[in-house]
Design a protein around this ligand. Sequence first.
Ligand code: ADP
Ligand code: MG
Length: 372
Amino acid sequence: MAVLHASCKLKLFENMVCFMSNFSNNKWKSAICFLCFAVWLSACQPAKKTGTIYALGGIPVNIITVGLNDDSLDRITQIAKISIEEWESELSMFRSESVVNQLAQKAGEPVFFSSYAWEALQLAIQAETVTDRAFDVTVGPVIRMWRHAEQNNTLPNEQQIRQALSYTSFEQLVLDDKNRSVYLKVLETESLSEFQSRFVLDFGGIAKGLFSEWLSRSLYDSLSANEKSRLEKLLVDIGGDMYVKSMSDEKPCRIGIRNPFDPTALWGIIELVHGATVTSGTYERFFEIDGTRYCHIVNPETGWPIETDLVSATIVDPSGAIADALATAVFVMGEEKAIDLINSLPQTEMVLIRSNGTHYVTEGLKHKLDIL
Ligand code: ADP
Ligand code: MG
């Protein structure tokens, strides 16, 4: 394929030079020749095409392909729209029909999970274990409490925080692997209605990375053999969380890291052949209570929003969900523990940017990162 490409370029170039030799003015000749060559070169490259939909409460989801035609792109963009809607209705804490809400509604009774929802739960448990509970989807009641606090512009008191924390923890869930079902244990001392109004799993810190990987897999699988042979790159971008796949090791995908101090500019570019790149930042999502800013990431141990010197954390990992969870967790863990953890994971790389503008990059990423 690459050979065919090169020979086609060479032939056209020869034709063009031949054609140009009829001109007398050398300057004009070389200028026009250069222009034609540039236009023709770009025409020879398969075009990058983007299909966009909006999901998860209005987040842009971009399906970027190199090598596919418009019809193929339209088709897979439609598949993406249907799939993401299905996953969201199963996993969103804002949808009453979701399994994460049913767990509380049906407390004490098994709730049956689809294979997707089950995989999401297994990854969430893995993330909780790996991060020593810095990332924990059972933190939902605490997130809800802070959302109410923001709406009422009033800080919660320590007793309210303790109470919200008492409804967090995986220990309250009983999993049945064989039947892919889960039920929520209700302690005898607790009233059922309290539990039902409080307990919820929050997949918000993992969903974008997880869905970008699922989309990448299912969209690739939906391509015909002919489309697969033409495809050079497939990138799924959900609100900046990317899952990429290049068909050639020599032509990696180039992924920009936003500059946390200037959202219109890039801070760096990472080259990646296959896998996830997820960035979490304190510069974009926060809320205010009584004039004070609070971060959207909370510490599952204390129930308080985290305070940190980090402004941006980018994780590169083969798993979209784990990359997303780790990008959130490093803010809870703090720089030192985060660096120790990431360096202990052989397939994971990280970029941290501090509020004073300095940065940290893991050894394995240095040769794949261009700092601008
Ligand atoms: P973003 O990419 O939009 O910055 P993150 O991936 O960092 O978001 O996830 C933040 C979301 O994760 C929060 O809005 C909240 O729903 C949830 N969350 C916050 N803190 C935690 C935590 N310690 N563990 C698990 N989920 C969390
Ligand atoms: Mg995250």
